[in-house]
Design a protein around this ligand. Sequence first.
Ligand code: NAP
Ligand code: MN
Length: 257
Amino acid sequence: MKKFTICNRPDEQSLALADVIRISLNEAGQMENEKQPDVVFVIGGDGTFIYAVHKYMDQLDHVQFYGIHTGTLGFYTDYRDCDLEEFMTAYLTGECTEITYPLLEAVFDDKKELAINEIRIENAARTQYMKIYVNGRKFEEFRGTGICVCTQLGSTAYNRSLGGAVIQEGLRFIEMTEISGIHHIKYRSLGSPIVMCENTRLAFVSDSFDGALLGVDSDVIELNGVSRIEMHISSTHKVRMLRGRNVNYFDRLKSLF
Ligand code: NAP
Ligand code: MN
């Protein structure tokens, strides 16, 4: 028997939906277990999904996530609240398939951080200088506010606001986008977003990242005293999502933007 838990956005609509889903799962003989679930029902927005993945980051080897969106369609969910019956039937009759998505990893000093959308190096206090290495070779020197590296799923989030390209579902790339790069006759970096193979290994090196923050999805970590940050797709962690029906990627995009 499967153990489930529910992560919901704390608004009235999501809370009400959580109650209905809990009753329906109990009636089907499924047990609730917040500490060690097999399936996490995510009710809310894409932001709620990110929160749920981070909450169970230490159990990703077996936990599956199944989402329903209150409001619009999301990138992490295939159902809206009006599709509740279909959402529950697909789950209870075992029609859902598991799809795994990569996580982005940042390594610095003895720390490791994982993200599903993106990892940013951002310095709002002063111009951040850094050397950027691609697969061990120096690619460029960057000056500006910072750098955003995203996954395919994260391409519609912060990356899109920075003018980065939206990456279609199914394509396995990472994308690096500048955050307010300084470009003039003395300093020049690529300037445009760059889409790279998913096995690319990036390194960001600077004498000082003091005052900069590492943005990891919704979390931020101070980079004082750090001089080198590596980023790549994690070889140890990935996210298991249950998908019940095929939503066309372009319908998803059209319904949101
Ligand atoms: P949040 O309120 O949880 O999310 C901010 C907005 O981003 C919400 O509208 C959320 O959608 C949407 N979103 C999250 N992931 C998305 C994705 N993969 N594709 C499309 N939209 C997505 O804010 P947070 O907790 O601070 O940060 C979570 C994420 O929000 C970050 O990873 C970052 O990508 C994004 N964000 C973007 C900006 C920006 O564009 N300037 C600024 C801050 C954060 P829902 O309403 O469905 O939850
Ligand atoms: Mn949100």
